[in-house]
Ligand binder design. Structure first.
Ligand code: SAH
Ligand code: SF4
Length: 390
């Protein structure tokens, strides 16, 4: 067993946020305190199944141990600044994390399925030319507690933590703000807690990491998790991708596809498929020749291609794909034998589109003003603004 970094924190006397500890980390933490492993499982169940907010709530943990825990540990989720409900059932939270910056988390219901779109960083350093988060630059990596805290808050808000009850959050996609593979340890720990029976017990097919292609980290991902994988391809060739996703200049398409296939090949269950995300931008990557080139590029790769109409925002000159071009693009891929669903935009009235979490964030000053005034966006259908309980 490799030493988890929580032991270093403990040694240094740093307060441990129990919310962020994966099972492995929690077990190592309790063993280091001279306690039995099962304490770790007990505490995880309190936090993730019952939504305990305080160590004192854990009534089946001895008083002595609780007192010790209160001294050195805490359960602290990001603070809810605002919660917004869209008319189509999407719910968005604006959350404050350590350091004072804000992140967004979105819940997207779809029949029996409820997908939570989770952020991994504040901002992003990779600067993809069509992405609002990229325009913000990089601010900080989220801690594991801030990542799993998004799931914890969402599940609590729907009162659906108890695994025996109907659960609102059935799927998680790491498609909020940030590049998950650039915050590797915290993201991996959090995803493992999402899939853990002492955590949220979500199946590995329903927890998806999305990456723009940080190949060296993708190459080692299978050593740490078996969650599902999505890659943000957005182009059928390197020439176009170099412009849209600059990290492509370092790790071009061929290397990204090879690394992705290796990841899938290492999954214990066969018939796992790669998800390929393709954002269609008018006259940039949405023409029939692009569809044909894409179909050919992915010919031998078992995958599903999600077609996402580009979501325009203030700081970008790119335009949304025309409906006709979108349909033609899809038909070409279908004819070539590909599965290529169109991902419609949801929660429009609260700017909830996945990957567009910061769509309303282009101007941070204006945004701050809007939060203060309680107005999320002016000039759109009114949305119900729910103030957090405390
Ligand atoms: N950094 C990771 C995960 C976050 S982005 C990644 O790039 O995969 C999540 C998804 O939203 C990505 O596929 C991203 O390309 C897409 N996206 C970003 N900005 C968008 C926009 N303006 N319109 C549509 N999709 C966008
Ligand atoms: Fe970062 Fe993903 Fe946006 Fe690119 S698309 S800037 S990797 S968040």
């Amino acid at each position: 067993m490799t030493q988890h970094r929580v032991l270093k924190q403990l040694e240094k006397g740093e307060r441990i946020n129990l919310l962020g500890l994966s099972r492995d980390a929690m077990e190592q933490f309790f063993l280091a305190l001279g306690e039995k492993k099962f304490r770790a499982h007990q505490v995880m169940k309190w936090i993730h199944h019952r939504g305990a907010e305080s160590i004192d709530d854990m009534t089946d943990v001895s008083k002595k141990l609780r007192e010790r825990l209160v001294e050195i540990a805490e359960i602290r989720a990001p603070k809810i600044i605002k919660q917004l409900d869209a008319k189509d059932g999407c719910r968005k939270w604006l959350l404050e994390v350590d350091g004072g910056s804000a992140i967004e988390t979105v819940f997207i219901p779809d029949g029996e399925r409820g997908t939570l779109c989770v952020s991994s960083q504040v901002g992003c350093s990779l600067d993809c030319s069509f992405c609002a988060t990229g325009k913000q630059g990089f601010n900080k990596d989220l801690t594991a507690a801030e990542i799993i805290g998004q799931v914890w808050l969402a599940a609590k808000s729907f009162d659906s933590l108890d695994p025996k009850k109907h659960r609102a959050v059935t799927n998680v996609v790491m498609m909020g703000m940030g590049e998950p593979l650039l915050n590797f340890d915290n993201v991996v720990d959090s995803m493992n807690t999402m899939m853990d029976d002492y955590g949220y017990g979500i199946s590995k097919r329903r927890v998806t990491l999305s990456t723009s292609g940080v190949v060296p980290q993708l190459d080692r991902l299978a050593d740490y998790t078996d969650a599902s994988l999505a890659i943000s391809l957005h182009a059928p060739n390197d020439e176009i991708r170099d412009v849209l996703v600059p990290i492509n200049k370092k790790y071009p398409i061929a290397r990204l596809l090879e690394s992705s296939q290796n990841y899938i090949a290492r999954m214990p269950d066969s018939n796992r498929k790669l998800t390929v995300e393709y954002t269609l931008i008018r006259d940039v990557n949405d023409q029939p020749e692009h569809a044909r080139e894409l179909g050919k590029l992915l010919k031998d790769i078992p995958c599903k291609i999600n077609l996402i109409p580009f979501n325009p925002f203030d700081l970008s000159d790119y335009k949304k794909v025309r409906d006709h071009d979108l349909k033609t693009f899809q038909e070409i891929l279908h004819k070539m034998g590909h599965v290529a669903p169109i991902r419609t935009t949801r929660g429009d009235d609260i700017d909830a589109a996945c990957g567009q979490l910061s769509g309303a964030v282009n101007d941070r000053t204006r945004r701050a003003e809007r939060y203060k005034s309680g107005q999320w966006q002016s000039g759109v259908e009114p949305v119900r603004i729910i103030e957090p309980k405390n």
